[in-house]
Design a protein around this ligand. Structure first.
Ligand SMILES: *Cc1c(COP(=O)(O)O)cnc(C)c1O
Length: 531
């Protein structure tokens, strides 16, 4: 299968020009603007204002009488600018971002699907967007109805018995789920000691188990990247609280022995936690509740098309089997005898509240809009399209990049940089070079069981045309890595800033602006005073 790179049928085989940063004439997905833009503090000029108000015609309040010692006279060097300067400053900065509205995010493990505009429109309806979490139940029947219907849909999709929408993210869902596992074992008199985590797991899994007070025991995968049943049998004992398993696994492979895995755990009284972040490959095709999972989380901001990234709110509902239902966080949505909906707080075995109010309600609305708009057939189609897209990329790039696992891909595909590393070109270099072609990088160096991993998850959102753009760019990069490795090793060439010192950025972050020192003998003006 491993074709010599020089023989590959590259689509962009234009002549190489050493004087230009680009080889050939790649089709670019987006352009990178590279304006220079100073900090807002540097643009400040004393006395400038963004508004002008007329004189107050009502009695003024004496601020110091109201605030006492808390009144702050000196606000430090706040930037002073006109309205248009402020608008332009932030608008220019916003154009430096890469965004799903500009092009695809091939990030594996992240399911960076597009959130349809209609989901946004629905979540902004006045009655929904302005509902207050402290509104009485009688005035919140619509909001409660949205939560109940979403819960019912997610239970149907997962095949589980009970659910909470409270957790705010995937990792938070894991935390909630493993807390419930712990409460379950404690209710039987013994919390048990350890949680098993495969070596292919997302880093949040071992972190979750440790935070909930369990020892983490690593499970080595077999040659296919799946759970090794013999290893599992050896590891499971009466001290095992649970196995945390991602299915399909982080290398995008379905655990076909999942029933047996569940049986091995259950025989020793241990539970199967399923990390459901990869449900984009399963929805409408198979249900974790049917293949033995006891508790799982979903990422609404991945599989159910709510916005992802940019630090916005996420949502990580936890669904479970009936044995774990008593331990769900409070409150839970219930249907009262008179047919109205309400919250039940009287749950003595609950792990307690994990999030203020009931979770990130706006995300529930978007996820429900997405689910209902697709319907059962649409959701199944979505899954099939996501898997087809990943396998299309796999087939088109096989031979250009090393494929460490031969098992068929589900929703994502993992290559490695093995062929390019011979020329000193690493996965991170190629990820950065992809920026020059107008794409966000794929997931670099994860999962850790693949050395030099290049992990790509297109999702069903992407058209064949966009996938072809990405494929062409990656084929071109493979060619560059063979013919002109320096070009790739020094990428990106088209961005405002080239290579950052990633270690220094993480270890010595500069989060505070300090005015440059004023020259000798010059009184610094207020705007330049350190604050
Ligand atoms: C994304 C992801 C998580 C964590 O979800 P967050 O919402 O980012 O906390 C956990 N496990 C897997 C497999 C994931 O892909």
């Amino acid at each position: 299968m491993a074709t010599a790179v020089a023989d590959l049928p590259f689509t962009n085989s234009a002549q190489q020009d050493e004087t230009k940063p680009f080889v050939g004439t790649p089709r670019k997905a987006t352009t990178h603007t590279s304006q220079n833009e100073g900090l807002i503090f540097e643009k400040s000029s004393p006395g400038k204002k963004a508004y002008r108000l007329s004189e107050l015609d009502v009695p003024t309040v004496n601020a110091s009488a109201l605030l006492g010692d808390s009144l702050r006279e000196d606000l430090g060097a706040m930037p002073e600018m006109s309205e248009i300067e402020i608008v332009r400053h932030f608008t220019r900065l916003s154009t430096w971002n890469y965004a799903i509205d500009l092009g695809m995010f091939p990030l594996g493990s992240c399911t960076m699907k597009y959130n349809g505009r209609v989901n946004e429109a629905v979540s902004r309806l006045e009655g929904i967007a302005e509902a207050h979490p402290y509104q009485p139940e009688s005035l919140s029947q619509g909001a409660l109805g949205i939560m109940k219907l979403l819960q019912d849909c997610l239970l149907e999709i997962t095949g589980m018995d009970a659910i909470t929408l409270q957790p705010a993210a995937g990792a938070h869902g894991e935390f909630t789920g493993i807390l419930m596992v712990r409460a379950y074992h404690e209710s039987k008199g013994n919390a048990r000691k350890k949680v098993l985590v495969p070596d292919s797991a997302h880093g949040t899994n071992p972190a979750t188990a440790a935070v909930v007070g369990y020892q983490v025991q690593n499970l080595k995968s077999n040659a296919d990247g799946a759970i090794d049943l013999d290893e599992l049998r050896k590891a499971v004992d009466e001290d095992t609280a649970a196995l945390m398993l991602t299915n399909p696994s982080t290398i995008g492979v379905f655990e076909s022995q999942i029933h047996e895995i569940a049986d091995i755990l259950h025989a020793k009284g241990a539970l199967l936690y399923m990390d459901g972040a990869n449900m984009n490959a399963l929805v409408g095709k198979t249900r974790p509740g049917d293949f033995g999972a006891d508790v799982m989380h979903l990422n609404l901001h991945k599989t159910f098309s709510t916005p992802h990234g940019g630090g916005g709110p996420g949502s990580g509902p936890v669904a479970c089997k009936a044995i774990l239902e008593p331990f769900l966080p409070t409150p839970v949505v219930v249907e009262r005898a008179d047919g109205t909906l309400g919250f039940n707080y009287d749950r003595p075995q609950s792990v307690g509240r994990v999030r203020m109010f009931y979770g990130n309600f706006g995300m529930f609305v978007r996820a429900l809009a997405y689910t209902l708009a697709n319907g059962p057939d649409g959701l199944r189609q979505t899954t099939e399209d996501a898997v087809l897209n990943a396998n299309y990329i796999r087939a088109k790039l096989d031979g250009y990049f090393d494929l460490p696992y031969k098992t068929a891909s589900m929703h994502e595909v993992v290559f490695s940089d093995k062929l390019q590393a011979k020329n000193g070109v690493k996965t991170g270099d190629m990820g950065k070079r992809l920026i020059d072609y107008g794409f966000h990088a794929y997931t670099v160096s994860f999962p850790m069981i693949v050395s030099g991993a290049m992990m790509i998850e297109p999702t069903e959102s992407e058209s064949r045309e966009e996938l072809d753009l990405l494929i062409e760019a990656l084929q071109q990069i493979a060619r560059e890595a063979a013919e002109n490795p320096e070009l790739v090793k020094t990428a990106p060439h088209s961005t405002r800033i080239r290579r950052l010192d990633e270690t220094a950025a993480a270890r010595k972050p500069v989060l505070r602006w300090k005015a440059p020192a004023a020259p000798d003998g010059v009184e610094p003006d207020t705007a330049a005073k350190e604050w």
